[in-house]
Every structure is written in structure tokens, then in C-alpha cells.
Design a protein around this ligand. Structure first.
Ligand code: HSE
Length: 322
């Protein structure tokens, strides 16, 4: 029986253009880390012992913290009476559009499953992680949590019935990302979305989403590039990112296949067909944001096929970032 486990869970790009609330993929360059231990005292319930990297933003109250709420959802369902201690190390920016809350929720349920030897399926873990995620965004969507948990390029239906599918994609496809130093709360970025979509826009989005999936599976970069466009959320949310147009211009000028908002932003991402091109695009996107006068972080990443991982030691765990 283990007394302690350390789990990392990756940042994710969600929506991916036309896949609003249904598509996403994890990155292999940034992850949140959770340390979960059995309490030494004879107590029950979850105690949050430490949170790092959050700038003091996250609550220590286990009823309000996404990670502990997700674990509690498992404990409640299986009537498990155990004392647990949780340490949360945030590496993914809060309000970055990179699935920060989803990654903490996934790392937490993955850790609880392993530490307590529960052998729950990914489908079941997904539901408990969503119980945490819903606390942060105020809505039920699985496009961060599902790709974070399953790995690979994922389509996820969040309800009736919940379904997750990993689809093929070109393995040489790289992702460039820039994270401007602006915080956007998903709950706020959802409030500005239209409540109704005109039929024509619905058809356009459905066509784009269908072609994007077909383009990924058939590894056809032209189809991917032509269809990775969101007509639901991105036109509204672009206004929340003052450097939006300049980042897109920089990406396209350097050969990107697309340039879209990641999740609810402000991070923007662009695909390309080689690591060299991706590096150039990353630098150009970052420079565009600096030139606009906004500090930023930038990353070049492949799609992460693994999802959460058990790690030995936090100190030796290094991920790339500029
Ligand atoms: N699909 C979600 C949204 C992702 O765009 O609001 C953010 O968590």
C-alpha cells in the first residue's frame, strides 16, 4: 500500500477552432502537479497542506478547491472514509486558456485512484474530474478534462451520453502557443457568448468541425487549415485579447495552418507541419505580443498522447518554457 503519490497532468488546448466545448488536446510542455498522501493522523477528509504557483489565488477550503472537490466526489460515491493530504503545484497559468483547473482536477482524481487502489476506469474518473471542473467554469464541458485525462486529440461529448474519442492526427504536426499576460475567467468569457446561433452559422460550424476531424484523420493539412475556424465563440472573445489580430498576422506570415484562441483565452495557438516552422512561428507570435506591450510566455509543443503521469520527484521534474 502506497502512502504517497505524485501525479502530473498536462495543460490542454480546447475548442480547437470549430470544436467549441467538444474538442481538445493536451500539450507536452506544461503540467500541473499534485502530491497526495494518506494522513498520518487518524482523521478523515481532505486537508490541503500547500498550494504553490497560484499567486495566492486558490482556496485552501477543500469544499471550494477544484482538486479536493474532484477527489471528494470519488470518496462520496464509494463511501470511502480516509484522511488525505493534498499539495497542489500550479504550473499552468490560472485563467490562461490552457485548462488549468481541468489539469488540477484530472491530476487529483488520477492520484486518488492510484493511491487508494480503486482501479476506476477513465470514463469514471472523467465524471469525478468534471465535478471539480464545473466549480471553476460554472458549466459542464469536457473539452479540457477529457483530453487531459485520455491524451491525444480528443472529441468529447459532455452529456447524454458522455463519450470520449481519441482520433488520429498527423504526428508531424506541432503547436505554437503564446500566453499573453492577461487573465480571462472562463465563466466571464462564457457570459459574452450568444445564447442563440443563427442556422447559417450553425451549419458553417458543423461543416468546419466535420472537415477538421476528417482533415486530421486523413492527415490532410490543407483541409485542416481551411476548416479550423470558429464562428461561435471566437468572434466575440477576440475582443478580450487586444493583440489578437497581430498574433494571427505573425503566425500566418510564418506559415501557420491556423491561429485561434485556446479555450476561452488569452492563450492563442497555431499548428504547423514541422518543428522548425513551429519554432519560428512561436517566436513570431511572442514578438507580436511583446511589440504590443504585453508580457507573455510562449511554448512549442507536440500533442501529448500520454495524459497524466506518475512522477518520482517534483525537484527533478522540468518542463520547457521560455
Ligand atoms: N470550451 C470552453 C469554453 C473551454 O470555450 O468556454 C474553456 O474552459
Amino acid at each position: 500500500m502506497k502512502n504517497k503519490i505524485i501525479i502530473s497532468a498536462p495543460a490542454t488546448v480546447s475548442n480547437v477552432g470549430p470544436g467549441f466545448d467538444i474538442m481538445g488536446f493536451p500539450l507536452d510542455v506544461i503540467s500541473d502537479i499534485i502530491e497526495l498522501s494518506r494522513s498520518k493522523k487518524k482523521s478523515s477528509g481532505i486537508v490541503i497542506k500547500k498550494i504553490t504557483g497560484d499567486g495566492g489565488k486558490l482556496p485552501y477550503d477543500p469544499m471550494l478547491n477544484i482538486a479536493s472537490v474532484a477527489i471528494q466526489s470519488i470518496l462520496d460515491k464509494y463511501k470511502i472514509n480516509v484522511g488525505l493530504e493534498l499539495k497542489i503545484h500550479k504550473k499552468i497559468g490560472i485563467g490562461s486558456g490552457l485548462g488549468s483547473s481541468g489539469a488540477s482536477a484530472v491530476a487529483a482524481v488520477f492520484a486518488a485512484n492510484k493511491l487508494l487502489d480503486l482501479w476506476l476506469s477513465k470514463k469514471e474518473l472523467l465524471l469525478h474530474a468534471l465535478a471539480g471542473e464545473i466549480l471553476s467554469s460554472g458549466s459542464f464541458h469536457a473539452d479540457n478534462v477529457a483530453p487531459c485525462l485520455y491524451g491525444g486529440f480528443v472529441i468529447a461529448r459532455g452529456s447524454s451520453p458522455i463519450e470520449v474519442l481519441q482520433i488520429e492526427y498527423p504526428k508531424k504536426m506541432y503547436c505554437s502557443l503564446v500566453y499573453p499576460d492577461i487573465e480571462i475567467k472562463t465563466s466571464e468569457a462564457r457570459k459574452i457568448l450568444p445564447k442563440k446561433i443563427p442556422l447559417g452559422k450553425g451549419v458553417e460550424q458543423a461543416a468546419n468541425a466535420s472537415f477538421l476531424i476528417a482533415g486530421l484523420i486523413t492527415k490532410n493539412y490543407k483541409i485542416i487549415s481551411n476548416s479550423i475556424k470558429d464562428v461561435f465563440a471566437e468572434p466575440k472573445r477576440a475582443k478580450l485579447i487586444p493583440c489578437y489580430d497581430l498574433v494571427r498576422e505573425a503566425a500566418f506570415k510564418n506559415g501557420a495552418l491556423n491561429c485561434n484562441i485556446s479555450g476561452s483565452g488569452p492563450t492563442m495557438f497555431a499548428f504547423s507541419d514541422s518543428p522548425q516552422k513551429a519554432e519560428v512561428i512561436t517566436q513570431a507570435m511572442s514578438l507580436a505580443v511583446f511589440d504590443f506591450g504585453i508580457k507573455n510566455k510562449s511554448y512549442t509543443s507536440k500533442i501529448n498522447d500520454k495524459g497524466p503521469e506518475e512522477i518520482e520527484d517534483i525537484k527533478n521534474y522540468r518542463k520547457v518554457s521560455r
